[in-house]
Design a protein around this ligand. Structure first.
Ligand code: DX5
Ligand code: ZN
Length: 218
């Protein structure tokens, strides 16, 4: 069980984009800790979502930290455009870029640096970068779309990451993303995750405040 404080990060991918500002304000008042922004380029993943302009617009409707998840092939090129408003920026280990350089560029821009691993990718792929990132993002669905079912086998990656963190004496958050609801949040926290990304479960809840509280204490 992780002793870290649980951070709940609603993903705006599940919001009503026709009223983005009001949606961001709604989950901010409902008690969210961070706002998660899913950026997709149609290359690394099979969907296109939004870019820096929408992330900047989001920043104008909340004081919460913006957690930017770049599902794009060349995060190295785009980091400076998101760093203006982001608190954390996560790139994918599967993307064709110089990962150490990108992580350092994110830190140099005064953001927390995140490294994400998709379900088919072995956790071993992130091992060379231990100590170079502040957040490990374990994808619990195949990235690209909200509303997919949680893949429970990914919990092994979370537990292994906890072991590596203890053994190597490095420090990083462990974030889970995809299919997070009260039940899968409990499973994830038990495995060692402390940041919960939740799109559908928060934005489609009848009471977002109650949902966020339930996620936090699951
Ligand atoms: C998937 C995104 C997730 C997604 C989560 O590619 O990274 O952040 O929006 O959505 P839900 O909570 O609906 O699975
Ligand atoms: Zn995400």
């Amino acid at each position: 069980m992780s002793s870290r404080k649980t951070i709940v990060a609603p993903s705006i991918l599940a919001c009503d984009f026709s009223k983005l500002g009001a949606e961001v304000e709604r989950v901010t008042s409902a008690g969210a800790d961070w706002i998660h922004c899913d950026v997709m380029d149609g290359h690394l993943v099979d969907n296109i979502s939004f870019g820096p302009a929408i992330v900047e617009a989001t920043s104008r409707h909340t004081n919460l930290p913006l957690d930017v998840h770049l599902m794009i092939e060349r995060p190295d090129i785009y980091v400076p455009r998101f760093a203006k408003v982001a608190s954390s920026i996560t790139c994918h280990v599967e993307a064709p870029h110089d990962i150490s350089k990108t992580l350092q560029a994110i830190r140099d821009a005064n953001c927390l640096a995140g490294l994400a691993v998709s379900p088919p990718t072995p956790l071993e792929m992130i091992r060379p970068y231990l100590g170079r990132f502040d957040i490990l993002l374990v994808m619990t669905v195949n990235p690209g779309f909200g509303g997919q079912p949680f893949i429970p086998e990914m919990m092994e990656k979370v537990s292994t990451a906890v072991e590596w963190r203890d053994r190597e004496g490095v420090d990083f958050h462990i974030e889970v993303d995809g299919g997070i609801n009260v039940s899968t949040a409990e499973t994830s926290i038990a495995a060692g995750a402390n940041i919960l990304v939740a799109g559908t479960s928060v934005f489609k809840a009848s009471d977002a405040g109650a949902e966020i509280a339930d996620l936090r204490f699951s």
